[in-house]
Design a protein around this ligand. Structure first.
Ligand code: AMP
Length: 272
């Protein structure tokens, strides 16, 4: 991988990089298409990273769809796919880990212990392999973008992080590889997440700056759906992700919820 990148770079070509766990959908395609537009070369990585899964069942059942992924990459003009085997990325289990700062201990960090340590470690390893000029991430995983930005800044990794908006299905559900694991009834029920976030945005747009009030509007929608088990509803500062009680700076409204054994996350931004 590094040889390929070196050859491209010594020919003066810029490299864009989109790290994924495969099971590609239109959200990934948005990142890839943007990278293809912005860079001379685009690298896609497909690696279901075991160190970021805090539940082994989630890792075992994570969808893997190699052939359609490669077809999509080809159709979008991706130049290289980096899909290393687990033993190659973590020989002998690999003992060094990248431990991100406090931004990784809140929200997802509380509910998925070790998750961001796994994400930070694999992102640094992939960036070291690919050596891109730019790397593209989706704001669907809002906290992940913040964690990656802080790791790259703190460790002086020479890459520009580009964050792109969430791509949604027609009914508003944020696209996610895990959506394919929802039963038809749960897929229909999962629309409630976007409805609930919209209710929160609406409350904010009507002038409320009280986070508890906004969270209440979200909770009311979610609790109307019996198939939905809420894990958290939070309003946080967009930059630090610290929870806020009053919105006075750009903020983000985040939700994590379960439908049977599938955990979904989503968020919307609330301007101050
Ligand atoms: P994943 O394969 O789920 O690890 O995601 C790979 C990248 O795609 C991450 O940067 C995600 O944030 C991004 N991504 C996943 N779903 C979406 C979506 N619906 N819209 C935009 N980006 C997404």
């Amino acid at each position: 991988m590094r040889q390929w990148s070196r050859a491209a770079q010594s020919a003066g070509l810029s490299i864009g990089f989109v790290p994924t766990m495969g099971a590609l959908h239109a959200g990934h395609a948005h990142l890839l298409g943007t990278s293809v537009d912005h860079n001379d070369r685009t690298v896609l990585s497909i690696f279901v990273n075991p160190t970021q899964f805090n539940q082994s069942a989630d890792y075992a059942t994570y969808p893997r769809t190699w052939d359609p992924d490669i077809d999509l990459a080809r159709s979008l003009g991706v130049d290289a796919v980096f899909a290393p085997p687990v033993e190659e990325m973590y020989p002998g289990n690999g003992s060094t880990r990248v431990v991100p700062g406090p931004i990784a201990s809140i929200l997802e960090g509380v509910h998925r212990p070790g998750h961001f340590e796994g994400v930070a470690t694999i992102v640094v390893k992939l960036l070291n392999a690919v050596r891109p000029d730019r790397a593209y991430f989706g704001l669907k995983d809002f906290q992940q973008v913040a964690v990656v930005r802080s790791v790259v800044q703190d460790l002086d990794v020479p890459v520009e992080i580009v964050a792109l908006d969430t791509v949604r299905d027609d009914d508003g559900l944020a696209l996610s590889s895990r959506n394919t694991r929802l039963s038809p009834d749960d897929r229909a029920a999962a629309r409630v997440i976007h409805r609930a976030l919209s209710a929160g945005m609406h409350t904010h747009a009507q002038g409320s700056r009280d986070a508890a009030h906004i969270r209440g509007a979200v909770a009311a929608e979610l609790s109307a759906e019996p198939r939905c088990r809420v894990e958290y509803i939070e309003v946080a500062d967009s930059r630090t992700l610290a929870p806020v009680s009053r919105i006075s700076s750009p903020s983000v409204l985040l939700v994590a919820a379960w439908f049977a054994d599938v955990r979904l996350i989503d968020n919307v931004q609330l301007p101050s």
